[in-house]
Design a protein around this ligand. Structure first.
Ligand code: B12
Ligand code: SF4
Ligand code: SF4
Length: 369
């Protein structure tokens, strides 16, 4: 199973060691675990049970039935597990949900005013969170197993068939806002999620309730109208999906709406008023490696340059071709005629989506696209 580890120590479980009050023992372990999570760098830890959100199976089914996952076929492939965390690992008794902050120290939307530069979303500015969060989850999991010998854990961040947001809401970490991401009244919305499933029965926390009220700032901020309704996203229109997940040419109708966003999008998160209360993140490795490079510099990267430049970054995952395709859409949207020659040089690129994007950019800059 991707991004999971399973460990089993060989001494007896905590309730079998003669403790007359296993509930108190579980509460003590949980409190100590929360302290260890804070020590490891997580902003918050909360606990739920694998069966806490029975409605997610139906919601996932509706999302998939409407085709809102686009080309992300992997969402449908293991949907029996994705929609039912209790079926994923029947022995699990608790799900420990963790929040890891990556709050930006700058206005993430300022770069949208610089059309000759690349807007790269905040989460991808530094090191890949999959690596950093997973390392911390494993550290925490090991700590737990030392205190609860004989028990087992699996850690998840992002790529396993687990719906992290509803579980995090059930655990009380925050609520799924109208933009569908998890936010909290004191953390804001700039945080990643990680999960530890365990056979250890820990006391569950109370779920968080929604605090969006009548606000709809995120819905109104979306450049592509990707929300068919509050709390629902059609990924096929989301710039994050289009720039990161979507293979091949992007629908020409949507290309102008990408602006200079070449990797991910932050508009709905940045619009949220709860971010006024966002806490600063302590992990400096999420910051400032890539910033906002000139489009001219990025369009000419070959495969080796691309891999060297984005080593350790989540951007590396999309490969040179999809990346340059995105850069060419941004060039087309830049209104900067001096970039036309760079696009023209890529019209015969061996990658058909790159060649098509180059052609589109040249025509658009010439005012004919
Ligand atoms: C697939 C995916 C995407 C897809 C689809 C996003 C989506 N919203 O589904 C794309 C590529 C578009 C994407 C984009 C982003 N992603 Co993403 N993504 C995921 C992933 C792998 C799965 C999400 C999923 O299961 N979607 C399926 C849908 C059906 O589930 P859902 O979003 O929870 O939808 C719920 C609502 O529709 C709800 N619902 C329906 N009707 C109603 C009605 C009411 C009243 C309510 C309350 C709810 C409700 O029911 C569904 C289930 O609860 C998760 C990691 C994980 N394994 O969970 C990361 C994850 C959600 N992504 C993350 C991030 C950071 C992003 C981006 C911000 C990155 C960026 N800057 O570009 C954007 C945000 C875009 C957005 N507004 O969602 C983080 C979010 C952290 C957080 N604080 O929530 C996650 C959790 C990764 C992580 N481990 O940190 N992502
Ligand atoms: S990430 Fe951007 S495109 Fe996607 S839903 Fe949010 S604002 Fe819309
Ligand atoms: S912008 Fe408003 S509606 Fe959207 S998540 Fe934040 S509070 Fe909720």
């Amino acid at each position: 199973m991707p991004n999971s580890i399973s460990d089993r120590a060989d001494s007896p479980p905590p309730s079998a060691d003669g403790d007359p009050c296993p509930d108190r023992r579980a509460e003590e372990i949980k409190q100590a675990l929360a302290a260890e999570a804070a020590e490891a760098g997580f902003a918050r830890m909360r606990v739920t049970t694998p069966d806490a959100v029975p409605e997610i199976a139906g919601r996932l089914r509706a999302f998939l039935k409407a085709g809102r996952h686009g080309q992300m076929g992997w969402m449908a492939e293991r949907s029996h597990w994705r929609g039912d965390p209790a079926a994923l690992w029947p022995e699990a008794r608790s799900v420990i949900m963790l929040a890891e902050l990556y709050t930006p120290d700058h206005d993430p939307l300022a770069v949208l005013e610089q059309p000759d530069r690349a807007a790269i979303s905040v989460y991808a500015q530094g090191r890949d969170y999959h690596d950093l969060v997973k390392k911390r989850l494993k550290r925490l999991g090991r700590w737990l197993l030392e205190r609860a010998p004989g028990e087992a854990i699996k850690v998840f961040v992002d790529t396993a068939p687990v719906m992290e947001k509803p579980l995090a809401q059930a655990a009380g970490l925050g609520w799924q806002g109208k933009h569908t991401n998890l936010l909290s009244r004191d953390l804001g919305s700039w945080f990643f999620l990680g999960a530890i499933f365990t056979t250890v029965a820990l006391p569950a926390d109370a779920p968080e309730v929604e605090h969006c009220g009548s606000c709809r700032a995120c819905l109104d901020a979306c450049p592509t109208g990707a929300f068919p309704a509050p709390f629902q996203l059609d990924a096929r229109r989301c710039i994050s999906y289009l720039t990161i997940e979507h293979k091949g040419p992007v629908d020409p109708e949507l290309r102008p709406m990408l602006g200079n966003r070449i990797y991910g999008c932050d508009d709905c998160l940045a619009a949220c008023p709860w971010n006024k209360f966002a806490q600063a993140g302590s992990e400096m490795r999420y910051r400032g490696i890539v910033e906002a490079p000139p489009l001219a510099e990025l369009a000419v990267l070959d495969d080796a340059d691309f891999r060297a430049r984005f080593s350790g970054s989540p951007i590396k995952r999309i490969g040179r071709d999809r990346f340059v395709r995105n850069v060419l859409y941004a060039i087309g949207n830049s209104g900067d005629a001096s970039l036309q020659a760079i696009a023209r040089d890529l019209i015969h690129d061996p990658d058909t989506a790159v060649a098509d994007a180059a052609q589109w950019a040249v025509q658009r800059l010439a005012g004919t696209g």
